[in-house]
Ligand binder design. Sequence first.
Ligand code: ATP
Length: 385
Amino acid sequence: MAAIEMRNIVKEYGDGFKAVNDVSLHVADGEFMILVGPSGCGKSTLLRMIVGLEDITSGDMVIGGDRVNDKAPRDRNLSMVFQNYALYPHLTVFENIAFPLRLMKGVGEDEIRRRVTEAASMLELTEHLDRKPANLSGGQRQRVAMGRAIVRNVNAFLFDEPLSNLDAKLRGQMRTEISRMQRRLGTTTVYVTHDQTEAMTLGDRVAVLRRGLLQQVASPRELYEQPVNMFVAGFIGSPPMNFLPAVVAGDRLRLPFLDVGLPDRATGKVTDGQLLIAGMRPDHFEDAGLLDPAKRDRGALFRAKVDVTEWLGDSQYAYIPFEAGEEVTRQLADLAAELDSEALRTQLIVKIDAMSRLRENHEAEFWADTARMHLFDPRTGANLT
Ligand code: ATP
């Protein structure tokens, strides 16, 4: 096992395009790190540089204290688990797991048997050692692929979107399985995904990438509660965070539906008349009629007309259109190039109690937990709160 240290890693392709741009990231020994971001953000490229399948343009890749930039993949002692598990269909589970040991010099038959048996027992595959991969479930195949990694005593496991070919149910099961195995083995793990549910549930920490740049590295909870910028705020969470235009008016903040005191955290960082973007998560709203009395002392109430509702069983979403006003709309349009188009939505999505009797095309009273509102600078995207 080993820590993985990436120092100022750059990957530049022929045309000067930087797929990975000055990324520094420390994955501690035994840590489960997720790399997440939209398609093309550079996460696979970064993973491939850890493994050695891609040359590093500049920066240092240090694994277990050794600089490995110039080391061949086989000398890095890592194990990469791909989407399709890369199992040999004609070999039994035993032989699939034993495979890497047979390629190594000086590992005798007794030693191979001992290590495979040990790995199989750890992965609850003992009863299946004589089977072929075709006769295993998706989950068992994944475990065989992990078994192959375990017998080698690798420095780290690397996963590149291993679950993206599976249906939703199996994906959920496999997520739990991978998480359990990683905890049991305590092996340093780097896991690439574009799926934010995987990102939020699997890792100790999550590194969010955008256009080759590292945006934030934090625990899932911190990413959700304290995103450093609008990109992370909008990427993490489903449905995504609502972004509302908010204009500073003295010590007040004017938003669609709401007029609230400027949060203390923003004082001194904004100027009168400035346009900001307020970020509010769908679950920070409630149907005012069903509000927990304990919450009445904080937040703000407002009336709004519901456009569409979606009932989910345990909760429901209400879609509430809003208009930002001419001047704000003009300013937002000017910023459109820098802002994600996501930010320019003109509807609020709120997640409320399943018991709520909201009706489409009718007004209702809502409560907003305004104390948890984030304020972003629309020019830089930075979270000011
Ligand atoms: P996805 O989730 O779609 O796999 P990703 O975040 O893993 O995306 P990468 O595969 O790392 O993204 O690619 C990052 C960027 O580098 C993309 O814009 C891609 O087009 C570009 N890229 C990848 N390989 C090459 C190459 N060989 N030559 C030029 N550009 C490349």
